[in-house]
Design a protein around this ligand. Structure first.
Ligand code: URA
Length: 239
């Protein structure tokens, strides 16, 4: 196996960053610094990064139904609850694959596979995400058209979205939005710009994955077919 792939699989860094670490002379194979990019390793080789042995850990992929009030971070300096606390019984260091805001709930993937995470969150890879948003007021046809065609935000025009009205009560509307970009607070900003601020937000789908009957705060492991399918989706769009 190529050394850079081994380092990426071990969660040290992305493949490209691993190549930099190799060039910097920070990687040793069997006690010897290796700086060639094409270096490969065998199963019995001992690999060290900055003098510490690197081991390939089991890869873990979790689908969590995130409750509101949990931050998508491994550590919070303000001591707020983190999503990692919801998967405490998993003894591996997991990272959120992308982010949901503190007050957003719904489908969140957690993993220790850096390559997978990059594929899933890179804007170029176009993974569809579905959100249900309760918004203030009764949405107008003009606002729906605007959301569908693309909204001008501070960081540029959004790609067209698919929007469906699901429900209405006296003062608010429940809409479903499907987007493939993953900009910061994108759904809330889009809705605010068209004049209908979000009251509450839930992600209901990520690619072909949905929450099904998973209760809020609960999680399940992705199965090998799901992982392979996601990898294929990510890789197909990079070509
Ligand atoms: N869009 C938002 O505004 N917030 C989220 O948490 C996710 C998407």
């Amino acid at each position: 196996m190529r050394l850079s792939k081994y380092l990426a699989d071990a969660g040290i860094a992305s493949r490209r960053k691993s190549e930099t670490l190799i060039a910097e002379g920070r990687i040793k194979i069997n006690g010897v610094v290796v700086q060639e990019q094409g270096a490969t390793i065998n199963i019995e080789d001992i690999v060290e990064f900055d003098g510490i042995r690197v081991g390939v850990q089991e890869k873990i992929y979790i689908l969590l139904n995130k409750p509101a009030g949990y931050i998508c971070s491994v550590y919070d300096p303000y001591d707020r609850p983190t999503v990692i606390e919801l998967v405490k019984d998993i003894k591996s260091r997991l990272y959120p694959v992308g982010r949901l805001d503190l007050d957003t709930e719904g489908l969140l993937i957690l993993s220790n596979d850096g390559e997978f995470t990059n594929l899933m969150i890179h804007p170029r890879y176009h993974i569809n995400k579905k959100y249900q948003a309760w918004i203030k007021g009764h949405i107008t046809t003009a606002a729906l058209k605007n959301l569908t065609q693309g909204v001008e935000l501070e960081d540029g025009l959004t790609a067209p979205a698919t929007v469906t009205v699901l429900e209405q009560d006296q003062h608010s509307t429940l809409i479903e939005l499907e987007i493939h970009e993953g900009r910061k607070r994108q759904v809330k900003r889009m809705c605010a710009v068209v004049g209908f601020p979000v009251i509450s937000l839930k992600r209901t789908a990520f690619a072909f994955l949905t929450l099904d009957n998973l209760e809020t705060g609960h999680y399940r492991h992705l199965n090998p077919q799901e992982i392979e399918h996601l990898y294929k989706m990510g890789s197909a769009t990079t070509k």
